[in-house]
Design a binder for this molecule. Structure first.
Ligand code: C2E
Ligand code: MG
Ligand code: MG
Length: 722
């Protein structure tokens, strides 16, 4: 190209004055102008035209219409045949060409410039075409913008394919709105079924959401934000509402006024379902459908805040089913589940609309009553009424899997008022009251009082003291002799005592329960067993004591430990105690849970040589079937029967029956608590094998027992650990 190109290029032979005028006019036009003669040959072109066509003057002058100096491309990108070139079209038709978009393909440049082309003929006095003027306005920038718009639309289309997003576009100036086919489909409509105007979505919006949505837009449009996101519901063709997430962009003009709103609606149905399910799992008990502990804690926080403001009384009731574990173990977990469901149903029905009911887990339920009377007395009366109703509905027999079952609850209540109280405190108080209800006969309701808290505190202190006592080896064995029907000494029962101080001796009634609930019974039980085994080892070396059996009481908690047989075997081996002299006394409560495991554990111990006796027989709830299943050697007739045996016909019948039963099952009978000659006489007459009681010998310290019944002192010193 020229270093300094002339502003106008021309062919030779054109009148000079006309050209000068042409020069002046066109030199500064921001458009390309090309003049052709009647044959289509280029006779003049301005600088812009040359630049646009990407040709030198010489190339242009050499160009005839149809020559391949440049190529035109149609707006759709296809190649334009020379016959359609603007100049040729004018020459052929005689008509002007208006606003034709053409691409100028410049082979040397490898790109296409786009132009809006206008062409018209110049005629002589006879109407014949003399010249054709072709003007080009470069619109490459616009065309590029259009193309990138197409590309982004295409990308958007691909991105939306298979997604649940439904595009829409709202021209706020003209009021025209475009709903995509997916938009209609989301609501069950075909695209032309409903008018495509802005009123449509307003009309389909859930009435409860409409105000909010309109308010959001009213606030959004005059503001400065570029985008928004909100959830609302649109009515589906079949009447249900589709939850949607609407996200949009706001286009603003130079003054900031919103002119266009473009966005998508996303169908949230599935997400809402998943969220709902997650919420259900997190906050509701799957078995009964009731709110769970987590829900309750959340709700209780709100209730307490509300009640605090209103200054009214409320109550928290802690409900535990009596003997639920037994039912679960004996009738199976499926039946247990049925019971829990039915209890939940009955409770729900018995309560008022505004009362709160939750299942904490297991057989524990919590009820929260709000807006009770203004005074504690009124509130208490109302809770009593509710409590009575609950006891009544749960007292009705249950029909579970075709069987009739009975159940009852123990209920603990604590009241709350405006005073700030922690949720944990309330639950603890109601729990303590519930335990009191259990202690006081079950199937009843008890209110929390501060004395219960004191008792719980004492219990905690007792646990701590027990722990210290164990570490200091303050637990010692007392022994109570047992005699055969001929009056000979046959054995002894080891009874633990706690030597808390030099003169303080605490009986097991005061601490075994605490040790069990405080998780210390395993350690205490092993301590006792160890002392018992040492004693048996000593006795084995003392002629008068060697034949004696020693009965050691074992807590149900100890036997639930799968390692228990192994621990006993280790102790026997370590102390050298003869295993067949050791009897473990169990109470019937051990049979309540997992009898199979228990039988297995007992068999393991039996193989070592250890015997079992069933303590306090007749007071528990064992099914007689257990007696045959378990490897027992003896039944201990409970003291309560022995006490009455000489004067109460019922007691004497029971004792007779127990002895007869034991004999049939090849079990020995041991009567405990024999205090009177008459009792002893009755028992002896009816064939009771062994007797134990104050009449025959009180429990005495192990040393005293050994001294009294014949141990050789020198040997006693060798093994005792106490
Ligand atoms: P138990 O196994 O039934 O023990 C018999 C209880 O009756 C003993 O009370 C004994 O002192 C008492 N007793 C014996 N003869 C008579 C009598 O003629 N009249 C009266 N009124 N009572 C009599 P103790 O020693 O207070 O033991 C109470 C319970 O504590 C035991 O009942 C047993 O269940 C439990 N226990 C004792 N030692 C241990 C132990 O080492 N481990 C475990 N787990 N429990 C133990
Ligand atoms: Mg006993
Ligand atoms: Mg007993």
């Amino acid at each position: 190209m020229h270093a300094n190109p002339p502003s106008i290029s021309r062919a030779d032979g054109v009148p000079h004055d006309a050209l000068r005028c042409f020069d002046d006019l066109l030199a500064h036009l921001p458009a390309g102008v090309v003049m052709h003669d009647a044959t289509g040959r280029v006779v003049a072109a301005n600088r812009h035209a040359l630049a646009l066509l990407g040709r030198s003057e010489h190339e242009v002058w050499a160009t005839q219409a149809g020559d391949a100096a440049w190529h035109f491309v149609r707006a759709d990108g296809t190649r334009m045949p020379p016959s359609e070139y603007p100049v040729n079209a004018v020459l052929r038709t005689g008509a002007r060409v208006s606003d034709l978009v053409v691409g100028v393909s410049r082979p040397d440049h490898g790109d296409v410039r786009w132009a809006i082309c206008n062409a018209y003929p110049e005629r002589d006095g006879h109407g014949a075409i003399q010249r054709v003027i072709v003007c080009f306005m470069d619109c490459t920038v616009l065309k590029d913008a259009e193309q990138s718009l197409h590309k982004s639309e295409e990308r958007m289309r691909l991105a939306l394919q298979g997604s649940t997003d439904a595009p829409w576009d709202w021209d706020l100036v003209t009021g025209e709105i475009y709903y995509s086919p997916r938009w209609w489909e989301m609501l069950g409509y075909a695209p032309d079924e409903q008018p495509a105007d802005p009123e449509t979505w307003v009309r389909l919006t859930h009435p409860d959401d409409r105000m909010r949505v309109v308010a959001v837009l009213d606030e959004l449009l005059p503001g400065q934000r570029q985008s928004y996101s909100m959830e609302f519901r649109l009515r589906h063709r079949d009447g249900h509402y589709v939850p949607v997430l609407s996200r949009g962009f706001i286009l603003r003009d130079g003054l900031g006024a919103a002119v266009r709103l473009t966005g998508t609606n996303t169908d949230l149905t599935e997400r809402k379902q998943v969220e709902h399910r997650i919420h259900e799992l997190a906050y509701f008990d799957q078995l009964t459908g009731l709110p769970n502990r987590r829900f309750l804690i959340d709700e209780l926080g709100q209730i307490l805040a509300r009640n605090g403001r209103a200054g009214r009384h409320g109550a928290l009731l802690f409900l535990d089913l009596d003997n639920f574990k037994l039912l679960n173990d004996t009738m199976g977990h499926d039946v247990g589940d049925l019971l829990l469901r039915e209890v939940a149903r009955r409770l729900r029905r018995a309560l008022r609309e505004g009362d709160h009911l939750a299942r904490l887990g297991g057989d524990e339920f919590v009820i929260v009553l709000e807006n009770l009377g203004a005074s504690p007395a009124e509130a208490t009366a109302e809770v009593h009424a509710v409590g009575r109703k609950i006891l009544e509905v749960l007292g009705e027999p249950f029909e579970l899997a075709g069987r009739q079952c009975a159940s009852s609850p123990s209920i603990g209540v604590t009241l709350f008022d405006g005073a700030p109280t922690g949720i944990d405190t309330l639950l603890r108080q109601a729990d303590l009251a519930m335990y009191r209800a259990k202690e006081e006969g079950r199937n009843t309701l008890r209110f929390f009082d501060p004395g219960m808290q004191a008792a719980a505190d004492r219990q905690a202190a007792l646990s701590a003291a027990l722990r210290t006592g164990l570490a200091r080896r303050q637990f010692v064995l007392y022994c109570q002799p047992q005699f055969g029907h001929d009056g000979s000494l046959v054995g002894a029962e080891a009874l633990v005592r706690w030597k808390r101080g030099a003169d303080e001796l605490v009986g097991p009634g005061e601490f075994i329960g605490a040790a069990e609930s405080g998780g210390l019974i395993a350690a205490l039980g092993m301590d006792v067993l160890e002392q018992g085994c040492h004693a048996l080892a000593r006795w084995a070396r003392a002629p008068r004591l060697a034949p004696l059996k020693l009965a050691v009481n074992v807590s149900v908690h100890q036997l639930r430990d799968p390692d228990f047989p192994h621990a006993v075997a280790t102790l026997l081996a370590a102390t050298g105690a003869p295993a067949d002299r050791l009897t473990l006394e169990l109470t019937e409560s051990v049979f309540a849970r997992n009898p199979d495991d228990l039988v297995d554990r007992m068999q393991q111990l039996r193989r070592l040589g250890v015997h079992f006796a069933l303590d306090d027989f007749g007071t528990g709830y064992s099914s007689l079937a257990y007696l045959a299943r378990f490897p027992l050697a003896a039944l201990k007739i409970d003291r309560s029967f022995v006490r009455e045996v000489d004067h109460d016909p019922n007691a004497s019948s029971i004792v007779e029956a127990i002895i007869a039963l034991a004999r049939k099952l090849h079990l020995a009978t041991i009567a405990e608590g024999v205090e009177l000659d008459a009792q002893q006489a009755f028992l002896a007459a009816h064939g009771c094998d062994v007797m134990q009681g104050y009449l025959l010998g009180r429990p005495v310290a192990m040393e005293e027992f050994e001294r009294r019944y014949g141990v050789v002192r020198a040997q006693a010193a060798s093994g005792s650990s106490t």
